[in-house]
Design a protein around this ligand. Structure first.
Ligand code: P6P
Length: 335
């Protein structure tokens, strides 16, 4: 019989002498949150959760009903057990402190409760992304400043993918493992142990409608991919994908390789990129690097970026190592 996530977590804990069980408990609470979100997402129109909530988040994006519902689910599932000192979310302007009636713990949790939610009304896969940091020693009431840690400080990162199957993919620095929800027993079961990303690929993912706004290095890279084996192109032909759901793109890359790009563009001056560092780029970069891939802004390793704000955005170029290295090389040359 394959291993459940609960068994996997406990066996991982045994590998860390002196572990208090706090981390294991937090992961189990996150697992419950993802099961609850999977239920809400899978029921969709049947329980009236599709459509707009009629509000905007701190990003100025129209919130879907499920954006708000899934954010509430993550808060409710994780605030009570005493593993966290505070939380931060794409859907909340500021830090969420643990209510006074609950004990506090030593971890900080950041999350995007429903990434790709613009797809939810058209029944395309969406996901949840989360990242776990340590709360700085001696800090009992964390502020936004305490979350501003580079991605290399992450203790754990993961995502849930609500697709044809519901999956949970997690790393805590010892490789990447994928679990599939067996709805007959309500357990996530280990189905994809030690996932690795092939160093080479013939598949790129980018929103081509932004092409006129890209910098020269990205223009060159995509132009060569589009030319394939014709003159001025590459040694191979390429295929393209764009789901507009980062979790689905990253999962495809973990499964069969690829390069995902949401680079800097001049579409909205002053915006450093579209994707958010703390709860999208950093957790996905931790997972990608642990699977043998690479993740860069084009100019620096994403996990070494020193955050300057809870909702900071960065350019993201991640996936098969040899292709990301080529894009980084083009940035060094200026094109
Ligand atoms: P666009 C979803 O809104 C998201 O944050 C990522 O999941 C996805 O990769 C990207 O934005 C899609 O952006 O501009 O294609 O809608």
């Amino acid at each position: 019989m394959s291993k459940s996530l609960v068994q996997f977590i406990i066996e991982e804990q045994r590998r860390m002498p002196g572990a208090s069980g706090d981390f294991s408990g937090l992961l189990s609470d996150i697992e419950v949150a993802c099961k609850r979100i999977a239920h809400a997402v899978n029921k969709g129109a049947l329980i009236g959760v599709l459509g707009s909530a009629g509000s905007e988040n701190v990003q100025g994006e129209t919130q879907k009903k499920l954006d708000v519902i899934t954010n509430d689910i993550f808060i409710e599932s994780n605030e009570w057990a005493g593993h966290l000192a505070a939380m931060a979310s794409e859907e909340m302007d500021d830090v969420y402190p643990i209510p006074a009636q609950y004990p506090k713990g030593k971890y900080l949790l950041t999350f995007d409760p429903l990434d790709g939610s613009s797809n939810i009304d058209v029944n395309i896969s969406v996901g949840t992304i989360f990242s776990i940091l340590r709360c700085p020693d001696g800090v009992t009431n964390p502020t936004a400043e305490d979350f501003l840690q580079p991605g290399t400080k992450q203790v754990c990162a993961g995502y849930a993918l609500y697709g044809p199957a519901t999956m949970l993919v997690i790393t805590s620095g010892h490789g990447v493992n994928g679990f599939t929800l067996d709805s007959d027993i309500g357990e996530f079961m280990l189905t994809h142990p030690q996932m690795t990303i092939p160093a080479d690929t013939q598949e790129f993912a980018i929103n081509m409608s932004n092409q006129r706004f890209w910098e020269a290095p990205v223009q060159r890279y995509i132009d060569e991919c589009m030319k394939g084996k014709t003159p001025g192109g590459r040694e191979k032909n390429f295929n393209m994908r764009w789901v507009a759901s980062m979790v689905a793109e990253v999962h495809r890359i973990l499964t069969r390789g690829g390069i995902f790009m949401y680079p800097f563009d001049t579409k909205e001056p002053g915006k450093a990129g579209k994707l958010r560092l703390l709860y999208e780029a950093n957790p996905m970069s931790f997972i990608v690097e642990q699977a043998g891939g690479m993740s860069s802004t084009g100019r620096e390793r994403i996990m070494e970026v020193q955050p300057n704000g809870l909702h900071q955005r960065v350019p993201v170029i991640l996936g098969s190592k040899n292709e990301v290295e080529r894009v980084v090389e083009y940035h060094k040359k200026g094109a």
